[in-house]
Design a protein around this ligand. Structure first.
Ligand SMILES: *Cc1c(COP(=O)(O)O)cnc(C)c1O
Length: 365
């Protein structure tokens, strides 16, 4: 079986280093907010070129805490792309704000023109998601945000190391979040996430919210919560961060193979990648009207694929209360046609060839 991501294979590549990293955390009893969590926060801030990195429990908490830290008036409207993982929207309603879904464009990222249409006097922020590892057009987003005095939150859960105009994503907005869920381009062995920002006040607030509002062990100055970076996860992330660029390069090489080999198939629409970005291909998403049949065919040939996401956020039962009474989103149409092909660093050259030949065979029938 060719898997979308084979975490066991990945572990075997790094076994010794990972085992040592875990043992160190235990030997030093640095379980929570300890030495290795600090080291990772510093390493990751350096990697991205930002002033502050706050390790938290997971990428969902990172978004929730980042929005809480902005201190927006309750009931503010926040614009969210309609094709993403649910966490990109939950963080809005969980903070007592109102989700406003914007459509996506044919690059699957938030559609800038649609964002403009949805801005009202109550709009206070935009959440952009660099979906599948493909950076959004941050020049345009930041321009709209500036013109309308909106905060920009970048959800970088799928885009570790991706660049827009030579600059890493996460460094454009007011505050940005990452997930280190095991399946991400940089993944821990459990839940983990972080918030990054250059704004010191926001950084201080986030750190306080994530750690019971404390400034001292038993001195709490606001009501916070518990969402901290686990020491063992931090130790593992420190090991894996050294491989992130190399692994992202492998993903880009795989993508080049797909582009080269599949471009002749007229029934497949390949990803649209702008020239001024460095995509990190968290997913390689194609579109085809025969999606379900192709997926079944690949499965029969032992090739695992995914759908990100099968239901656009506006269609989820969880958001039925939002009453999205408006013309259909393009995302709904796409959700029936998109298919994510294996592209991770655990897929080797021969496996890539098998996937490509199998797809070609399917379309020759
Ligand atoms: C994975 C993901 C999250 C949530 O991260 P968790 O660590 O699983 O909580 C948020 N947004 C996007 C776009 C994601 O892909």
């Amino acid at each position: 079986m060719i898997k979308l991501l084979d975490l066991n294979k990945q572990y075997i590549m790094l076994r010794e280093k990972i085992n040592v990293a875990i043992q160190n955390v235990i030997d030093d009893t640095a379980f929570i907010n300890g030495k290795y969590a600090k080291i990772f926060e510093n390493n990751y801030a350096d990697y991205l070129g930002v002033n502050h990195c706050i390790g938290v429990g997971n990428g969902t908490d990172a978004l929730e805490i980042a929005i809480e830290a902005l201190n927006l008036p309750k009931g503010s409207e926040i614009i969210v792309p309609v094709n993403s993982f649910i966490a990109s929207a939950e963080c809005v309603s969980r903070n007592g704000h109102r989700i406003v879904f914007a459509d996506i464009g044919n690059d699957y990222n938030i559609d800038i023109l649609d964002v403009k249409k949805r801005i009202t006097k109550n709009t206070k922020a935009i959440i952009v998601v660099h979906l599948y590892g493909n950076p959004c057009n941050m020049d345009k987003i930041c321009e709209i945000a500036k013109d309308n005095q909106l905060f920009v939150i970048e959800d970088c859960a799928q885009a570790h190391g991706a660049k827009y105009l030579g600059k890493k994503v996460g460094t454009f907005g007011d505050i940005s979040t990452f997930s280190f869920y095991p399946g991400k381009n940089l993944g821990a062995y459990g839940d983990a996430g972080c918030i990054i920002t250059d704004n010191e006040n926001l950084a201080i607030r986030c750190r306080m919210i994530a750690n019971h509002g404390r400034i001292d062990k038993y001195n709490h100055i606001i009501e916070g919560r518990n969402s901290r970076l686990d020491g063992i996860q931090a130790g593992i992330l420190n090991v894996k961060l050294d491989y992130l660029n190399e692994w992202n390069n492998i993903r880009r090489n795989h993508a080049s193979m797909y582009f080269e080999e599949l471009s002749g198939i007229s029934n497949i629409i390949l990803p649209l990648v702008s020239k001024n970005v460095e995509h990190v291909y968290h997913q390689f998403v194609i579109r085809t009207e025969e999606r379900d049949v192709l997926q079944e065919y690949l499965k029969k040939n032992n090739i695992e694929t995914g759908i990100h996401y099968p239901i656009s956020l506006n269609k989820l039962e969880a958001f039925a209360y939002l009453d999205n009474n408006q013309p259909k989103y393009l995302a709904e149409e796409y959700s029936r046609e998109i298919l994510s092909l294996p592209i991770s660093e655990t897929v080797d050259y021969d496996e890539m060839q098998v996937i490509i030949q199998t797809i070609k065979k399917y379309y020759k029938k």
